[in-house]
Design a protein around this ligand. Structure first.
Ligand SMILES: Cc1ncc(COP(=O)(O)O)c(C=O)c1O
Length: 384
């Protein structure tokens, strides 16, 4: 296999060499004192990434599994659920609500826009008995970041309403303090800012959510968090532990701790700023009105097909980015800022994007322009 791939998608991401080493270690059994020690260390350190006093759980599943876990533990059939739908992942959660017998009140937000807190306030007032509000922190299909802090403050005034947040492309990429922002259920995914392969979902519930979880009659088995809580109290997981990924997560948490999580947030923020600045100089414009730091969604110049940029970048340079989905297909490209990325790779991406634009339309990105841009990027990188 060619190992030269540079994955700049909004997950999965490039892996740190120390993570790759950890992934290559020989297997140990999950019911051993050696693994118990690792598990306990990981579970307790995850609390600081979630910024919560509550237990954090790890299950072998993709992020969508974690979204389902938040729902089946807190929602019961017949519950009114206000689902903020601003893209593909908002839509997915809304679908799940229907599958489990909830009554979704789908609040559609135009793609590329952030939800307006006033609109949610008005809906909560008008529609009595909303039991759950669902929102993405970052909607990955559009690159938008939603005002989670303000939504949390609002929803916390409703004692019978829980606020569940999909932080799959947010947790670890920028601050999302669960307790301080009154988030009642928060989920992350391993292949995003946790800088691991796909396969783990991580989630936690507030005390307010636990009151509901205990008596919730919704049938659940694999995702029944009560089982996991009692197993974790005994220092183990209920089902077989994902030893390899949990061991690698331990290394990621070491890496985060070495410089502090603020350093990681700053790195990701700098990559986002760098991409926004220099991609606009290439002729792209920003798609998201409130752009998230974890990824940048760029509108391609007119007459250019975003899907072709993506395909050509991979074919010619082995750089992976994502295109748009559904209504944004062909119109945007999406570049991820999470994972192990050097400044050389960041600069290279901009240069290669320029190369491809020029290939598609020679009036774009002349060699003189690109030379100038390379110097500007070097100057910027020197300040970081
Ligand atoms: C915001 C968001 N939610 C949910 C998901 C689904 O996660 P998974 O594909 O790991 O199930 C993704 C994946 O990209 C995502 O970005």
């Amino acid at each position: 296999m060619d190992t030269a791939y540079n994955v700049l998608a909004p997950g999965p991401v490039n892996l740190h060499p120390r993570v790759r080493e950890a992934l290559a270690l020989p297997m140990i059994h999950h019911r051993t004192p050696e693994f118990d020690k690792i598990l306990n260390r990981v579970l307790s350190r995850l609390k600081s990434v979630f910024a919560t006093q509550q237990p954090v759980f790890i299950l072998s599943a993709t992020g969508s599994g974690g979204m389902e876990a938040l729902l089946v533990n807190t929602m019961q059939a017949g519950d009114k659920v206000l689902a903020i739908d601003s893209g593909k992942f908002g839509e997915r959660w809304c679908e799940m609500v229907k599958v489990f017998g909830g009554i979704p009140l789908q609040h559609k937000v135009p793609w590329g826009q952030a939800v307006k807190v006033n609109d949610i306030e008005a809906l909560l007032e008008k529609q009595k008995n909303i039991r759950i509000v669902l929102c993405q922190s970052c909607e990955t299909s559009t690159g938008v970041v939603h005002p989670i802090e303000k939504l949390g403050a609002l929803i916390s005034k409703y004692p019978d309403t829980l606020f569940l947040v999909d932080g799959i492309t947010a947790l670890g990429a920028f601050p999302l303090p669960m307790d301080e922002w009154h988030i009642d259920g928060l989920v992350g995914g391993s292949q995003k800012a946790f800088m691991l392969p796909t396969g783990l979902t991580l989630f936690s519930f507030s005390q307010k959510a636990w009151q509901k979880i205990e008596q919730n009659p919704t049938p659940r088995f694999y995702f029944d968090v009560r089982k996991e809580l009692s197993a974790n109290k005994n220092g183990e997981t209920f089902f077989s532990s994902n030893v390899t990924l949990i061991r690698a997560l331990d290394v990621v948490l070491d890496l985060i701790e070495e410089n502090g999580i603020q350093f990681l947030y700053r790195e990701i923020h700098n990559r986002a700023q760098f991409t926004r600045t220099f991609a606009q100089r290439l002729g792209f414009t920003l798609y998201a009105e409130a752009p998230s730091d974890s990824l940048t969604a760029l509108v391609v110049p007119s007459g250019i097909d975003g899907q072709k940029i993506r395909a050509r970048l991979e074919e010619k340079f082995k750089i992976t980015i994502m295109g748009g989905q559904d209504q944004a297909k062909g119109k945007i490209i999406r570049i991820g800022h999470m994972g192990y990325i050097s400044w050389t790779q960041m600069k290279d991406l901009i240069l290669k994007l320029g190369d491809i634009l020029h290939e598609m339309n020679p009036s774009f990105c002349s060699s003189e322009q690109m030379l100038q841009l390379a110097q500007q990027m070097d100057a910027k990188i020197a300040t970081l």
